[in-house]
Design a protein around this ligand. Structure first.
Ligand code: DX5
Ligand code: ZN
Length: 230
């Protein structure tokens, strides 16, 4: 099993199964893992935080059963992440990442990011926080010492196959200066062989990819190229 807190020798590839063939999901995952993907990235959407519905804890449970040694990175695009902590932990998630935006006053449900991080850790998962492209990174600053992963969206969340928003790279530089060596900086959205070097150069060490990987003619070449991004 991948140890998230160790500095990786090259950017890690997190295969987002959102672009996989849902009718052949285990086969699709086995294929990208055999070709070198390091992590499976699971996009959970609730139809409220984003206008789309995807998958839930049962998907993680099924993946865990088929892939007992694979790191399962769960990205919660939901308004109430606190309601789903136990079920994803029981399903076998390795990481639970929630959005800073759901902790801001307009969407506040009374559970602070600090409490959520504590609960994630007490359930044995790694904790991540996510920011959308328009969100300033300074709201994450108080939580950075406690986070195992910081995830920067480089598209507006909700679906795969969108164009990379390069403006977010300035935030990567800002965050990289403030996180410790045990915290990974993950980027999600529009990552392909052209954009990965920009992200890696800005300090991102976990590259999420959905359409550029699952839609590629040569998936091995995509994974090798992302591993080589500097
Ligand atoms: C978007 C999801 C992403 C998405 C990435 O809301 O969080 O993980 O699957 O898709 P691509 O790599 O196609 O931009
Ligand atoms: Zn994602």
């Amino acid at each position: 099993m991948l140890e998230l807190r160790s500095i990786p020798p090259h950017p890690l590839v997190a295969a987002s199964i959102l672009s996989a063939d849902f009718g052949r999901i285990a086969e699709e995952c086995r294929d990208v893992l055999a070709r070198g993907a390091d992590i499976l990235h699971v996009d959970v959407m609730d139809g409220h935080f984003v206008p789309n519905l995807t998958m839930g804890a049962d998907m993680v449970k099924g993946l865990r059963r088929h892939f007992p040694d694979t790191y399962l990175d769960v990205h919660l695009m939901v308004e109430r992440p606190d309601l789903f902590l136990d079920m994803f932990a029981q399903a076998g998630a390795d990481n639970f990442s929630f959005h800073l935006e759901v902790s801001q006053p307009a969407r506040s449900d009374g559970v602070s990011p600090r409490q959520l991080i504590q609960r994630i850790h007490s359930l044995g998962m790694d904790a991540g926080m996510v920011i959308n492209p328009p969100t300033a990174p300074d709201g994450l600053e108080p939580f950075l010492p406690d986070l195992d992963m910081v995830l920067m969206m480089s598209v507006h969340p909700g679906r795969s196959g969108q164009k990379f928003i390069g403006d977010v790279l300035a935030k990567a530089t800002w965050l990289k200066q403030r996180i410790g060596p045990a915290t990974r900086l993950e980027i999600d959205g529009g990552i392909n062989l052209d954009t990965a070097p920009l992200a890696a150069a800005a300090g991102c060490d976990v590259l999420v990819t959905a359409s550029a990987l699952f839609g590629a003619g040569d998936r091995t070449a995509v994974i090798r190229g992302l591993h080589a991004a500097r």
